[in-house]
Design a protein around this ligand. Structure first.
Ligand code: OAA
Ligand code: MG
Length: 219
């Protein structure tokens, strides 16, 4: 069998671990407290969608939001990874969207229930091509942006993250072992807003990568 290629990590069936409220300006815009520990949730591999396929609005949501995020692709698994060694476990990056059914999330929050149907539905994790580690020498200082129908909605720098990438890798791996091919979404900066059927989303990381996705309804 041919060796698996990390540049197709989305085909591996590995887990997607998401960090929430990792930018103070986004925590504030949704009236959430600034966290003192990372907020974590999961998406299944069935959430992946690649350019050329649409983002589908879940039938049960009337308020689907975009969240542009830097994704970290794990190259070497581990448990209880020390912060000092964390970057050795990174193979590269991907630009990601954490699509969120905000109305469903609000209801889950008010009832104290998990966010699964707000965050983990099919097509809730659009991803760019794989970006080898060398192409982002300083992941703690890159600008992420997102436009809806050519209008800029999000523009933030990863220097604004509350918890750094090495801290997140170390923290997560204390509780959930990381495996080669796993993806960590590191949280969104401010500017999240609703998208509708037929909207065109475009997002990028500086001059490193851009990607485009169309929003559609289920047939
Ligand atoms: O839904 C939220 O606001 C939490 C989250 O994913 C983020 O901050 O990126
Ligand atoms: Mg998010």
């Amino acid at each position: 069998m041919a060796a698996r290629n990390i540049s197709h990590f989305w085909e591996w069936g590995r887990k997607i671990i998401c960090v929430g409220r990792n930018y103070a300006d986004h925590a504030k815009e949704l009236k959430n407290a600034i966290p003192t520990e990372p907020v974590l949730f999961l998406k299944p591999p069935s959430a992946y969608v690649r350019e050329g396929s649409p983002i589908l609005v879940p039938l049960y949501s009337g308020n689907l939001h975009h969240e542009v995020e830097l994704g970290v692709v794990i190259g070497k698994g581990g448990t209880a990874i020390p912060q000092a060694a964390a970057m050795e476990h990174v193979a590269g990056y991907a630009l990601c969207l954490d699509m969120t059914a905000r109305d469903v999330q609000d209801e889950c929050k008010s009832k104290g229930l998990p966010w699964t149907l707000a965050k983990a539905f099919n097509t809730s994790c659009p991803v760019s091509e794989f970006i080898p580690k060398e192409r982002i020498p300083d992941p703690a200082n890159v600008r992420l942006w997102l436009k809806v129908n050519d209008q800029l909605r999000q523009s933030g720098c990863t220097s604004q993250m509350i918890f750094s990438i090495p801290y997140l890798i170390s923290y997560i791996s204390d509780f959930i072992s990381l495996e080669e091919g796993d993806l960590i979404l590191t949280g969104t900066p401010k500017g999240v807003s609703a998208v509708q059927e037929h909207d065109e989303l475009q997002a990028g990381i500086e001059d490193v990568v851009t990607m485009s996705f169309r929003v559609d309804r289920h047939e």
